[in-house]
Design a protein around this ligand. Structure first.
Ligand code: SP5
Ligand code: ZN
Length: 334
């Protein structure tokens, strides 16, 4: 399978993240890339398709903020990574924001996604890798893998969060639409609900979003991913949420993924984007499902059975020592 990755995706390396009231080592670290590269055959550098496909799903002011934030942070006399601490969650009217801390709160939904000086550059190339995979499958590959990192599925049109800045899976799905695929499906099987992807396509009927994830009552991102979230307007019925309890093993995960795949097969999609997270693995340090390495090959075979051209986009997975084997197992199923 063709694998796309750019070494600039490695540059984003925040020192610490806020976790349960204190600071702890950043889980989404560049060593994740090394672990995956070591387990995969040769990778290809993506072409640079520019900002236009990114701006097709993201707000221009938000993208400018991602580019400017490190400079504004330094100009405010700060060192280290930019972290927000105040959020306009009470629905304040739109006001012109200039101070870095005001902008951070406006464009982030959590305080666990530090913006280091290379966040934009790394995420930009992560999105280019996803675009390259999308174009590879549009040109005839049955499946292609975008070794994305930073991940993307928590990033919405105008917000970052959950270690994500640019939503690579959404960028890939939109690129497929713009290339003429009438309907695109996104299957999200990261441990966490992909709130950003859901939000981006919430009111649209042309991109079907299905997610299997840990229930939001116990798990991040808490405010999205409930079973009754089905989309709105023209998007009503084009969002499918299948939350599962902590401790979930292969049998019930596979059943839920099967329900998502049935819906995808019925929706008339011409191409598929898979947001794949290996944080469903039993030993993941921040998650609580119980999948085994060999299970991923089986899950991938089920996905391949739908017969759609498929761009696989990497999301989470924080057990670095097992990450290569888990990703290799998943890709072996296609
Ligand atoms: C893409 C993805 O999987 N994002 C997950 C974001 C989860 N963030 C909330 C949980 C924070 C746990 N922090 C653990 C720190 C370990 N040093
Ligand atoms: Zn995750």
């Amino acid at each position: 399978m063709r694998v796309f990755h750019d070494s600039r995706q490695r540059l984003h390396a925040p020192a610490e993240e806020l976790h349960n009231g204190g600071f702890t080592a950043y889980a989404e670290k560049p060593e994740r890339v090394d672990a995956m590269l070591a387990a995969l055959a040769a990778t290809e550098r993506p072409e640079d398709r520019g900002l236009a496909p990114v701006l097709a799903v993201h707000d221009a002011g938000y993208i400018r903020f991602l580019q400017d934030a490190p400079r504004l942070w330094r100009e405010a006399g700060r060192t280290g990574d930019a972290i927000p601490y105040a959020f306009p969650v009470v629905g304040r009217r739109p006001v012109r924001l200039t101070r870095i801390d005001a902008l951070l709160g406006r464009y982030a939904f959590d305080a666990t996604t530090p913006l280091g000086s290379h966040a934009f550059e790394a995420s930009y190339w992560s999105a280019q890798s996803a675009l390259a995979a999308a174009h590879a499958v549009l040109s005839g590959e049955r499946a292609a893998f975008a070794l994305c990192r930073p991940p993307g599925h928590h990033a919405g049109a105008d917000y970052c969060g959950g270690y994500c800045h640019i939503n690579a899976a959404a960028v890939a799905a939109q690129a497929m639409r713009d290339a003429g695929v009438g309907r695109v499906a996104v299957l999200d099987i990261d441990y966490h609900h992909g709130n950003g992807t859901q939000d981006i396509f919430w009111t649209r009927g042309d991109v079907f979003y299905a997610s299997v994830h840990a229930g939001p009552a116990t798990d991040y991102p808490f405010y999205w991913g409930h079973a009754d979230e089905v989309g709105e307007g023209e998007g009503r019925g084009a969002t499918l949420n299948l939350p599962l309890p902590r401790g979930t093993r292969l049998d019930s995960f596979r059943r839920a993924q099967g329900a998502a795949l049935d819906a995808i097969a019925r929706c008339g999609a011409g191409a598929l984007v898979v947001s794949f997270g290996a944080d469903t693995w039993a030993g993941d340090p921040i998650s609580h499902f119980a999948l085994e390495t060999d299970d991923y090959a089986l899950l991938a075979r089920d996905i391949a059975g739908v017969g759609l051209p498929t761009a696989v986009v990497m999301e989470g997975g924080y057990a670095v020592d097992a990450l290569g084997a888990n990703v290799a197992s998943f890709l072996s199923g296609f």
